[in-house]
Ligand binder design. Structure first.
Ligand SMILES: [Cu+2]
Length: 171
């Protein structure tokens, strides 16, 4: 799905989108590669991992409701520090959605950035953007205990309900 996301970025990406995507350097994954285990990919919420590291698969559905809400199912996620899981994310809605894992603060910053640059495309390892009907995967290793967040940062979507807590509980 990484290739699909990249291809979409190239197909849909205008000069403005490209420029917006790099204007603050805040994403830190400009080349979009899946180096996986380097320090550069380590975030507070964890790091991308290889598929064979995953100990379980979690299905996530993204959709809109008839009364104008947008949501993730399930609405909350729980992990242990050091746990590596495979997310199989399906967009069952009628518009594009994305699944982004990060700290609440980083998601908030990112959301504001996307409001300013709605055409912005990104290819961060902690995020995946899916067209209606599409399914994609992220394999992720949760490093630190703490409370994180998954959200859709497309303008208006988080406000419509697309966010939930990720609890990484230490013993
Ligand atoms: Cu969305």
């Amino acid at each position: 799905m990484k290739l699909t996301a990249l291809t979409t970025a190239f197909l849909l990406g205008t000069g403005a989108a490209m420029a917006a995507g790099t204007h603050d350097g805040g994403h830190g994954h400009d080349d979009g590669h899946m180096a996986g285990h380097g320090h550069a990919d380590m975030m507070q919420v964890g790091r991308p991992a290889a598929p064979d590291e995953a100990s379980r698969t979690i299905g996530i559905t993204m959709r809109e409701t008839s009364d104008g809400e947008m949501l993730f199912e399930p609405g909350e996620l729980n992990f242990q520090p050091g746990e590596t899981v495979r997310f199989r994310i399906h967009n069952a809605g009628e518009v594009e959605h994305e699944f982004v894992m990060d700290t609440h603060e980083n998601n908030e910053e990112h959301r504001e950035l996307m409001q300013k640059f709605p055409e912005m495309e990104h290819d961060d390892p902690n995020a995946i953007r899916l067209a209606p009907g599409e399914t994609g995967e992220i394999v992720w290793s949760f490093a630190n205990a703490g409370k994180f967040q998954f959200a859709c940062l497309i303008p208006g979507h988080m406000e419509a309900g697309m966010h939930g807590p990720i609890h990484v509980q230490g013993n």
